[in-house]
Design a protein around this ligand. Structure first.
Ligand code: C2E
Ligand code: CA
Length: 669
C-alpha cells in the first residue's frame, strides 16, 4: 500500500519539499514512511526512524502537542492525526508541525493586542476610524466622553451625518488619509459636540492598510484644544484689562486709539477725542477711608462713567484714580465738552461707602484729533497737559488742550444751558415783518421771527441759536412757544379788526419728533385762530425727506397754508410742489438782491413768477431793500413782497399802525 505514494514521483517531490512533517504509521504505530521535514522535527535521519515506534500516542481526527528536547532548547511539536477514511487499510497519516514559534507569535500578538486595547482605553485622546466610504468603524470610549455620541449610535454611520459642520473638517482630513496622506496635529475649529458645544481639535490622522498595502480606512486621534483657546483668551483679557474694574487697561486703550487713527479719514470734521479723567484729591479719600473703600469707589465711578458713554466709546482705567476715554465719530469738537460735562455730572450725587456719604469730583483734559496731534502719543500727552490745567484751576472742570477749541466749546455749552432757561425767563420774543400785497399796497400778513435777548450777550441772532436748539433737543419746545405766541398775537389783531395772516418758520427738526401736528393744532385751538390765517414756512429739503413730507398731508387737512421758504436755493422741483399741495413759494432774497445787477438772477425771478402764476401758487419776494428792486418786481407782476424797504421785523405793537396805513406802505421807513 506504500507503493502509490512512493512511486508517484510528483507526490514524493511534493512531500520532500512539504513545509510540514508527514509520517505514515501502520496499525501498531510503527513508522512506515516519513518525509525529510518529519525526520527533522523528530530529530533523526529518516532511515533511522523507519520501522521505529512513533514516539507519541494520537487520536485520529484530533491534534495533540508534545515537547521534544532539542539542541536549541525544547520544541513543541503539534501532531494532527488524519481521520482514516472508512475501509482504508490500517495506515495512519500524521501531520507534524513545529508550533514553538507559532505560540510565541500568537502570544506576542495577543500581548500587543492587549496593550493596544489598554492604550485606547486609558488614553484621554478620542480616537475613531472610518472605512473607505467614511463610515465610522471605530469610536473610542474617550470619543464617547468628549463628543457625547455613544459607540453604538455612530458605528456604521457616515462621519458627516453627525451634525452640521461636525464632520466636515475631520472628514476632509480622513478622506485625504484614505488617499494615503498622513496628517499630524492639524488644528480644526468649528467642531461641535453632540450638544452643540463648539470645540477646537487637534487631529492626527493615518491611513489603515491591508497586508497587501491596499488602504482600507483611516484612523484619527484627536485632542480637544478648546481650553487652550480659552486660556489664551483669558490670558489676553488679563493682559489687556484692569483687574479691579475689568475695564480695558492702558495697553488696550493705546491699541484701540491707534486702530481708530489708522482708519480715520485724512480730512473732514474732527472725529476722535481723548479725554483724560482723574478724580480730584482721591489720595485723601484713600488715606481717610482705606484702600478697600477706595477700591469700591473706583468700581462705582467706573460703572457710572460706563453708563454715561456709548458702547462704541472706550473707557479705560489707565492709572490709580485715572480713566481715559476714547470717543470716535465726533462731528464737532464741542461735543466732547458736552461729554465731559456729562461725565462730571455723574459724580454729582454722593457715593455711599463704609456707612458714609463721600463726595467726589474730577478733572478732565481733552485732546482732539487732528488739532492736538497727529498720533496716539501726542494726543495722550496733550490730554495730560490739559488735565493738569484743569486741576490747576481747582478741579471739577474740563479743559481742552487747544485754547481756541476750549473757548468755542465753553461758549457753545454756555449758550446751550442759557437757552434752556431763556423760555422760562422770558428772554425769547417774536418780531413781525410785514408782507405787502402789491395790488393794494397794503399789509396782508407778517412773518414771525424769533428773537433772543441774552442778558449778557445781548441780541443773539436766530441763525446762531436755532441750530443750538435743534441739536440740544429744545427746538420742539421753542417751536411750540413760537406757534402759540404767533397765533395768539394774530388772533388779537383779528379781534382788533386787522385780518392779517401770520407766517411761522419751521425747522426740519420739528418734523422729527412727530409732535408737530399736535403743536399746530394746540396753537390754533388755544388762540382760536382759524387755520387759513396760519402759514407754515418749510424748507425745500423737507419735501425730499419721506419722514417730513409725510406730515404735510395732515397739516394740509387741518386747513393751514404751506409755503416753501428760500425757494431756489435747494433741490425741490415744481413736481414736488404739486405733489404736496403747496400753497406758495418765497423767492430767496439772494435772487431779489441781485435782480438789478445780475441778469441770471433777474431771469430766474421772472421765470419763477410766471411758473408760479401758471401753477396758481402764491409768491412772495423776500429781502426787497431797494426801490429799483420793487419797481422791477411790480412790473413783472410779483404779488407779494417783504423786505427792509417796507419794514424791518418789528415788535407786534408797531404792526397795527403799519397795517392801517394805505398806499406804498412805509416805503420810506
Ligand atoms: P428766513 O426765514 O429766511 O427769514 C428771513 C430773514 O431775512 C430774517 O432774518 C429777516 O430779518 C431777514 N430779512 C428780512 N428782510 C430783509 C432784507 O430786506 N434784507 C436782508 N438782508 N435781510 C432781510 P432773521 O430774523 O435773522 O432770521 C434768520 C433766520 O432764522 C430765518 O431766515 C429763519 O430761517 C430763522 N428763524 C427765525 N425765526 C425762526 C423761528 O421762529 N423758527 C425757526 N425754526 N426758524 C426761525
Ligand atoms: Ca422765513
Amino acid at each position: 500500500m506504500l507503493d502509490p505514494i512512493a512511486q508517484a514521483t510528483p507526490w514524493s517531490v511534493l512531500l520532500d519539499h512539504f513545509p510540514c512533517g508527514v509520517v505514515i504509521v501502520d496499525g501498531s504505530h510503527r513508522i512506515c514512511q516519513l518525509n525529510p521535514e518529519a525526520a527533522r522535527l523528530l530529530g533523526d535521519e529518516p532511515d533511522g526512524l523507519i520501522g521505529s515506534l512513533f514516539p507519541w500516542p494520537f487520536v485520529p481526527g484530533e491534534s495533540t502537542e508534545h515537547d521534544l528536547p532539542g539542541t536549541d532548547g525544547p520544541h513543541r511539536i503539534e501532531v494532527s492525526a488524519a481521520r482514516p477514511a472508512h475501509g482504508t487499510p490500517p495506515y495512519q497519516v500524521l501531520l507534524l508541525r513545529d508550533s514553538t514559534g507559532l505560540h510565541a507569535r500568537i502570544e506576542r500578538l495577543e500581548l500587543a493586542n492587549d496593550r493596544f486595547k489598554a492604550l485606547i482605553r486609558a488614553t484621554p485622546l478620542p480616537m475613531l476610524s472610518v472605512d473607505r466610504a467614511l463610515e465610522i468603524t471605530f469610536w473610542s470610549r474617550a470619543a464617547e466622553r468628549e463628543f457625547g455620541w455613544r459607540e453604538e449610535d455612530v458605528l456604521g454611520r457616515p462621519l458627516q451625518s453627525l451634525g452640521d459642520g461636525v464632520g466636515s473638517g475631520l472628514g476632509e482630513l480622513l478622506a485625504a488619509s484614505l488617499e494615503g496622506e498622513p496628517h499630524e496635529g492639524v488644528a480644526l475649529s468649528g467642531w461641535h459636540d453632540r450638544h452643540g458645544q463648539p470645540l477646537d481639535l487637534k487631529v492626527w490622522s493615518v491611513p489603515l492598510k491591508h497586508r497587501n498595502g491596499r488602504i482600507r480606512g483611516a484612523l484619527a486621534i484627536t485632542m480637544n484644544t478648546t481650553h487652550e483657546r480659552h486660556n489664551r483668551e483669558h490670558l489676553h483679557h488679563l493682559v489687556t484689562h484692569d483687574p479691579l474694574t475689568d475695564l480695558p487697561n492702558r495697553t488696550l486703550f493705546h491699541d484701540r486709539l491707534q486702530q481708530l487713527l489708522l482708519r480715520a479719514p485724512a480730512n473732514g470734521p474732527p472725529r476722535i477725542a481723548v479725554l483724560r479723567f482723574a478724580l480730584d484729591r482721591f489720595k485723601v479719600v484713600n488715606a481717610s477711608f482705606g484702600h478697600a473703600v477706595g477700591d469700591v469707589l473706583l468700581c462705582e465711578v467706573a460703572q457710572r462713567l460706563r453708563d454715561t458713554l456709548y458702547s462704541s466709546d472706550t473707557l479705560a482705567r489707565t492709572g490709580g484714580d485715572e480713566f481715559t476715554i476714547l470717543v470716535g465719530q465726533l462731528t464737532r469738537s464741542q461735543d466732547c465738552a458736552a461729554i465731559a460735562a456729562r461725565l462730571l455730572q455723574t459724580l454729582a450725587h454722593p457715593f455711599r461707602a463704609d456707612g458714609s456719604e463721600i463726595f467726589l469730583s474730577a478733572s478732565i483734559g481733552i485732546a482732539v484729533w487732528p488739532y492736538d496731534g497727529p498720533d496716539a502719543d501726542h494726543l495722550l500727552t496733550h490730554a495730560d497737559s490739559a488735565l493738569r490745567l484743569a486741576k490747576e484751576q481747582g478741579g471739577n472742570s474740563w479743559q481742552f488742550h487747544t485754547h481756541e477749541l476750549h473757548d468755542r466749546a465753553r461758549a457753545r455749552l454756555e449758550l446751550e444751558s442759557d437757552l434752556r432757561r431763556a423760555l422760562d425767563r422770558g428772554e425769547l420774543h417774536l418780531h413781525y415783518q410785514p408782507q405787502v400785497d402789491l395790488a393794494t399796497d397794503r399789509i396782508i400778513g407778517v412773518e414771525a421771527l424769533l428773537r433772543w435777548d441774552h442778558p449778557r450777550l445781548g441780541a443773539v441772532p436766530p441763525d446762531h441759536f436755532i441750530p443750538v436748539a435743534e441739536q440740544c433737543g429744545l427746538i420742539d419746545e421753542i417751536g411750540q412757544w413760537v406757534l402759540n405766541t404767533a397765533c395768539q398775537q394774530t388772533a388779537a389783531w383779528h379781534t382788533a379788526g386787522l385780518p392779517l395772516r401770520v407766517a411761522v418758520n419751521l425747522s426740519p427738526r420739528q418734523f422729527h419728533s412727530g409732535r408737530l401736528i399736535d403743536a399746530v393744532a394746540t396753537a390754533l385751538e388755544a388762540s382760536g385762530l382759524a387755520p387759513q390765517w396760519l402759514e407754515l414756512e418749510l424748507t425745500e429739503g423737507l419735501l425730499l425727506q419721506h419722514e417730513g413730507s409725510a406730515q404735510l398731508e395732515p397739516l394740509k387737512q387741518m386747513g393751514v397754508r404751506l409755503v416753501i421758504d428760500d425757494f431756489g436755493t435747494g433741490y425741490a422741483s415744481f413736481a414736488y410742489l404739486r405733489r404736496f399741495a403747496i400753497d406758495g413759494i418765497k423767492i430767496d432774497r439772494s435772487f431779489i438782491q441781485a435782480i438789478d445787477s445780475d441778469s441770471g438772477s433777474a431771469a430766474i425771478t421772472r421765470a419763477l413768477l410766471s411758473i408760479a402764476e401758471a401753477m396758481g401758487l402764491d409768491l412772495t419776494a423776500e429781502g426787497v431793500e431797494e426801490h429799483s428792486q420793487l419797481e422791477r418786481l411790480r412790473r413783472w407782476g410779483c404779488p407779494v413782497v417783504q423786505g427792509y424797504l417796507f419794514s424791518r421785523p418789528v415788535l407786534a405793537a408797531e404792526i397795527p399802525a403799519m397795517a392801517r396805513s394805505v398806499g406804498p406802505v412805509a416805503a420810506d421807513r
